[in-house]
Design a protein around this ligand. Structure first.
Ligand SMILES: [Zn+2]
Ligand SMILES: [Zn+2]
Length: 272
């Protein structure tokens, strides 16, 4: 069985936000309570996480995700990486019979990103990805970074993953195509480069996950008009809008959506 879960449907501040509370969101609608960005993809025994926000611990616990084969990053911004320390729990194997945690000796968790994002993660979390021996006795995740290239697919277990380039955010970002279109994840973006769009138009996209940070476009994020423009060109079977900020009330966004498009919510499961 193949499925995906929207672990976190919120933008960088989550909803409610510290500064603005619920913003335009109806506090009585439970789908408006949003943690930060994260998506999980599972195909049989292959378990993949995309981004590790500060909320990743709660997200993995809520969905009973205890093993991962790999973590892929869309970019290194704080709202997509700040939970990296919690990935150390994935270096342990939970024995199904005894329930005891056992360290998997020497088994680092593989993380994947394009070179500038690996470099930025290394800079932000130097204590995690240092090549030097850490002298003090400190717990840290054991991660094995892998550089990937736009347009060069890689295989993780039973899953083919194609990294694609996106533009218009403050940095170049990485989107991912799983199993030739079974699932497509568009990262923070404002513009889809011609080469990426051509690729997405030539495959059959089953489910498309794309960001809607605010209904109106802003400097570094697409709004609903830009999203709709690209949905019409990619023609997915179904589209889910995520990375929703406090200006994006669930019911209000739903009314603005064309057929087969809907806003995401935390722990939303997608059969693929
Ligand atoms: Zn973001
Ligand atoms: Zn970002």
């Amino acid at each position: 069985m193949t499925k995906a879960i929207i672990l976190g449907s919120g933008a960088a501040s989550g909803v409610p936000t510290i500064s603005d509370g619920w913003g335009a969101c109806d506090a009585s609608e439970s789908k408006n309570r949003r943690s930060r960005a994260g998506v999980y993809f599972e195909d049989g025994a292959t378990h993949i996480l995309i981004d590790s926000s500060a909320d990743v611990r709660e997200q993995l616990i809520a969905n009973n995700i205890r093993r991962l084969n790999a973590v892929f990053y869309t970019h290194a911004h704080a709202d997509h990486t700040m939970g990296i320390d919690d990935l150390r729990a994935l270096n342990y194997h939970i024995d199904d019979i005894t329930g005891m945690q056992k360290k998997v000796q020497g088994q680092a968790l593989d993380i994947y990103a394009v070179e500038p994002h690996i470099a930025e993660i290394r800079r932000r979390f130097a204590y995690v990805l240092t090549d030097e021996k850490v002298r003090e006795q400190t717990h840290r995740p054991q991660l094995c970074p892998h550089e990937i290239q736009f347009g060069q697919p890689i295989i993780i277990g039973s899953v083919k993953i194609m990294p694609l380039e996106f533009a218009g955010h403050t940095v170049v970002t990485t989107g991912y195509v799983f199993n030739d279109g079974q699932l497509v994840l568009i990262p923070d973006y404002k513009e889809i480069p011609a080469q990426t769009l051509a690729y997405l138009q030539k495959i059959d996209v089953n489910v498309l996950i794309m960001p809607l940070t605010a209904v109106e476009e802003c400097r570094y994020h697409a709004g609903i008009d830009i999203d709709k423009h690209y949905i019409a060109q990619i023609r997915p079977q179904r589209t889910v809008l995520t990375h929703l900020g406090a200006k994006c009330d669930y019911q209000t966004v739903l009314q603005l959506c064309p057929p087969h498009v809907e806003p995401a919510f935390d722990n939303m499961a997608l059969e693929l």
